[in-house]
Design a protein around this ligand. Structure first.
Ligand SMILES: Cc1ncc(COP(=O)(O)O)c(C=O)c1O
Length: 393
């Protein structure tokens, strides 16, 4: 059945559309400038020049040197390389004895599952930091958790499910004082918050182009010069020996173009989106009974709203909104299809009967006030219907 109704996209934390200027920048690198950037001939040199420029642009945008920027196959890969690369380096320098890893229970699976695997298969001790009811990590808990054998601390900049921002600069300062490498997954942030690796006191930082109007399947890992790192993937010497594999030049060029685009748009968009976000939060709380904000009400990404609704199945609500023409999410796109409450919401102390009714509505550069108004009009009735059908079931 075809429908003529406009679908309203409100899931910008899952992914973003590629900006026109990003598409245009990438276009020549599919089949005109198609050389392998490692080849010595002119085709290769042309590709290598574009890749060098992409390293420089991305580095400049985040306060890093070009040589500290590594292009990866996605954000998940950047997180994996960060944790594994530092852990493997520590293991080598400690004659094989594993060390200690610190992270938080609200991390994306890309960090959380990597830390657990390093624990289960490689013998690293693992500390999961406590979080408060908004998902915040307390820097003092990081200070207390660091041990002489701690090799890496990993705390995300902005939470994908609940939008809460973490005190990265303070945690980074503690890690630096104690000589421990610090990684942040900043994947949700760059379109809405400026990123500077020096101001944030980080040694490693992960980005993913498709979260900021660039192409899917391209990530960035920043590795501060001097950070202990053994490449976890083995192969050729690409990306200065830190990530083997023929580099996706079009993707790197697209990432650089996307960084230029968001650097230009970010400030005005952040102001506009903060107003829309706050209006959406206030509207939902006023119109839907038994609704709460999940995550911090204000110390959160400017484009991000998330709620829990008592006695509602989040996936049924998502489907009801989809039928009404709204694309939203239950939390993270990566966990959809899982009927269990989100571990992130449970870690924040949200009771199960509320946590099952999680909903994430994330705005982006193309979201209008009309979109938000339309959602506010449709949501109360969708929640009512889903609650009603749960009672009848
Ligand atoms: C915070 C966070 N980390 C990591 C990822 C994974 O990034 P990618 O989709 O590029 O693998 C995501 C994607 O949702 C994310 O939100």
């Amino acid at each position: 059945m075809s429908t003529t109704r406009r679908q309203i996209y409100l899931d910008y934390s899952a992914t973003t559309p590629v900006a026109d200027e990003v598409k245009a920048a990438m276009q020549p690198y599919w089949s005109d400038v198609f050389g392998n950037a490692s080849s010595l001939h002119s085709f290769g040199r042309d590709a290598a020049a574009a890749l060098d420029e992409a390293h420089t642009v991305v580095g400049c945008a985040i306060g890093a040197r070009a040589g500290e920027v590594v292009f990866t196959g996605c954000g998940t890969e950047a997180d994996n390389l960060a944790l594994r690369g530092v852990a493997f380096a520590a293991r080598r320098s400690h004659n094989g004895s594993p060390g200690h890893i610190i992270t938080a229970p609200v991390e994306h699976h890309a960090v959380e599952a990597t830390a657990h695997q390093l624990h289960a298969l490689f013998g690293f001790d693992l500390t999961l930091l406590p979080v408060d009811g908004c998902g915040h990590v307390d820097p003092d808990d990081v200070r207390r958790a660091i041990r002489p054998d701690t090799v890496i601390v990993s705390v995300m900049l902005a939470n994908n499910e609940v939008g809460t921002l973490q005190p990265i600069r303070e945690i980074g300062a503690i890690c630096r004082e104690r000589g421990v490498s610090f990684h942040t997954d900043a994947i949700q942030a760059p379109a809405y918050l400026p990123i500077n690796v020096n101001e944030l006191n980080v040694d490693l930082l992960a980005l993913s182009s498709h979260k900021f109007y660039g192409p899917k399947g391209v990530g960035v890992l920043y590795i501060r010069e001097g950070t202990p790192y053994v490449p976890p993937m083995t192969g050729g010497g690409h990306e200065r020996g830190r990530r083997p594999g023929t580099v996706n030049v079009a993707g790197a060029v697209g990432t650089a173009a996307a960084i230029k685009y968001i650097s230009r748009e970010r400030e005005a968009q952040a102001a506009r989106l903060t107003t829309l976000r706050d209006r959406l939060i206030a509207g939902v709380l006023a119109r839907v009974p038994d609704a709460r904000v999940s995550g911090h009400p204000t110390d959160r990404l400017v484009n991000h709203t998330s709620f829990v609704f008592k006695g509602v199945d989040g996936e049924s609500l998502l489907m009801a909104l989809d039928v009404e023409g709204f694309a939203v999410s239950t939390g993270s796109a990566c966990t959809s299809g899982n009927p269990e409450p989100s571990p992130v919401l449970l870690a924040m102390g949200i009771p199960r009967e509320w946590a099952l009714g999680g909903l994430r509505i994330t705005l982006g550069y193309h979201t209008t006030e009309e979109d938000v108004n339309a959602l506010l009009d449709a949501l109360p009735e969708c929640v009512r219907r889903v609650r009603q059908s749960a009672l009848e079931f």
